[in-house]
Design a protein around this ligand. Structure first.
Ligand SMILES: Nc1ncnc2c1ncn2[C@@H]1O[C@H](COP(=O)(O)OP(=O)(O)OP(=O)(O)O)[C@@H](O)[C@H]1O
Ligand SMILES: [Mg+2]
Length: 479
């Protein structure tokens, strides 16, 4: 089902113009106020035609007429391609809300402009798309002549119609367009659409270069084009001030050793837990469950490594090991498990998608399991701004954030520790009986670091075991 199906056709003529994309309406809705001239520029395949068709179509659904002028694409081809994206231009045309005109390239600018003027004066088009202005501007010599077309005619179009005029501009690959500056000077708003390859995936970005009617807080917005869904934007959550941690509510640690090191935690804290990649401890789920039980917290566990069913199995195994029987009940009471392959989307989309999962599940705690996986495949300086925005958003939502990772490199460890309030670095040591056991380095912001040995780790686990078993036996636990 297309996301346009919910929109009522032909409602009030007074309704605002829309981008047809929720995120853009929120972010830069006023940029397409009636009377605006906007430019959408980009390399071939960047998505200019798709975005313009989206705006055109979404407004026809709101009872606005759209005029789509193309110098390149045939009506049939455009309609066919857009239909697969959920943009049904044919039905808009059938209802009399869309007029598609294909102009021959050979037409001189004067003929074209007078032709357009006639059509526009006879009809009430609230959205006009010119796809693209390259043939028009290319047919005259010199920047002055180009600016004259832009300034004398195209600039005035929106005021004739009191609607929106969208100029599409093709940027030649690998070259800087010599007249882009002229265009930017004349239009009210300008969006540049870009795409590049990241993690072997196509990443699309909209760069909001200029908006005359509306302040812009995000300069680059990731977006996607997908079958049946069309254009979707993924604006990152931006919170200008770093939110403070609210100190009133204390989150108690599930054992004395952890309490001695951290005292207590607060919502909004970021906890980083790391362990050897080749000896990942079986007991980390117990710490999470102990924390949940002790404080009655709902936990969303997002794993980059395992499917949700495998995660459940992993937690079960660690609980069975300590003799807990009613495992499924405990897991479903405290956990929501999600397996998320970070390589099915760009890093920006991934972090926004996770925020959406949190908005949906409304947990008290969110655990990101296996953060070394997206980290090791992305350049830190590209990952970091999006990650910090995400963490700030989660802090503001008062979620306790736990990030776990295998120890891959000192750099990954330091970068992640550097953005955390609490660090638990679990190490593997040779035990006196010959085998191996775990110790841990513990640090909390504003406290002395603490190194605990394997006996203290064991003591902590046995306390948590008591806590879990006590709940399993149906006794009440202090919250
Ligand atoms: N059904 C579809 N599913 C997913 N992506 C699609 C689909 N149809 C088209 N696309 C993508 O949309 C993009 C085409 O966008 P569009 O034609 O709007 O670009 P453009 O900027 O107008 O290009 P040009 O300068 O060549 O006119 C392509 O990158 C294509 O991969
Ligand atoms: Mg195009």
């Amino acid at each position: 089902m297309s996301r346009y199906n919910n929109i009522i056709v032909g409602v009030s003529g007074m309704e605002k113009l829309t981008w047809g994309i929720e995120g853009l309406d929120k972010l830069i809705g006023d940029a397409i106020a009636p009377g605006s001239l906007i430019a959408i520029a980009g390399h071939p395949g960047a998505g200019k035609t798709t975005l313009a068709s989206t705006i055109c179509y979404a407004n026809t659904l709101r009872g606005r007429k759209c005029l789509y002028i193309s110098f390149q694409e045939s009506r049939n081809k455009l309609f066919r391609v857009m239909k697969r994206l959920g943009i049904d231009l044919e039905s808009a045309e059938g209802r009399g809300f869309l007029k598609f005109i294909n102009f021959p390239l050979a037409l001189m600018p004067e003929e074209f402009l007078s032709e357009i003027k006639k059509i526009v004066e006879r009809n009430e088009y609230k959205v006009i798309v010119i796809d693209s202005i390259n043939p028009l501007l290319g047919s005259v010599e010199g920047n002055l002549a180009k600016r004259a077309i832009l300034q004398n005619f195209l600039y005035n179009l929106p005021s004739i119609t009191n609607g929106l005029t969208i100029l599409l501009a093709e940027l030649p690959v690998g070259e800087k367009s010599i007249w882009l500056g002229e265009l930017e000077f004349v239009v009210d708003s300008m969006i540049i659409m870009r795409h590049r390859i990241e993690k072997s995936m196509l990443v699309r970005l909209m760069e909001i270069r200029k908006t005359r009617n509306t302040p812009v807080s995000v300069a680059q917005i990731p977006f996607s084009i997908a079958e049946g869904r069309g254009v979707e934007v993924w604006p990152p959550p931006i919170i200008e001030e770093v939110p403070s941690v609210k100190e009133e509510e204390k989150i108690e640690l599930p054992c004395k050793t952890l309490s001695a090191a951290f005292k207590h935690l607060h919502r909004g804290h970021v906890i980083y837990i790391t362990y050897p990649a080749d000896a990942r401890p079986w007991f980390t789920p117990m710490i999470f469950l102990g924390l949940s039980i002790k404080n009655d917290l709902k936990t969303l566990l997002i794993s980059y490594r395992y499917a949700s069913s495998d995660l459940a199995e992993l937690i079960k195994r660690s609980l069975v090991k300590i003799g807990v029987e009613d495992v499924n009940e405990l897991i479903s009471r405290y956990f929501k498990l999600v397996g998320l392959n970070p390589f099915t989307m760009s890093i920006q989309q991934l972090l926004v998608h996770e925020v959406n999962l949190v908005k949906e599940a409304k947990p008290d705690v969110v655990i990101f399991h296996g953060v070394e996986i997206p980290f090791s495949a992305t350049r830190t300086r590209e990952y970091m701004p999006y990650l910090i925005n995400q963490l700030n958003y989660l802090k503001k939502e008062q979620v306790l954030i736990i990030r776990t990772s295998s120890y891959l490199s000192e750099k990954i460890y330091r970068v992640n520790a550097g953005i955390s309030d609490v660090v638990i670095n679990i190490g593997l040591i040779k035990a006196s009986h010959g085998g191996f056991s775990y110790n841990a380095y513990l640090w909390r912001r504003a406290e002395e670091p603490l190194l605990i040995d394997s006996n203290e780790v064991d003591e902590c686990l046995s306390e948590i075991k008591g806590l879990i078993n006590c709940l399993g036996a149906g006794q009440s636990v202090k919250h």
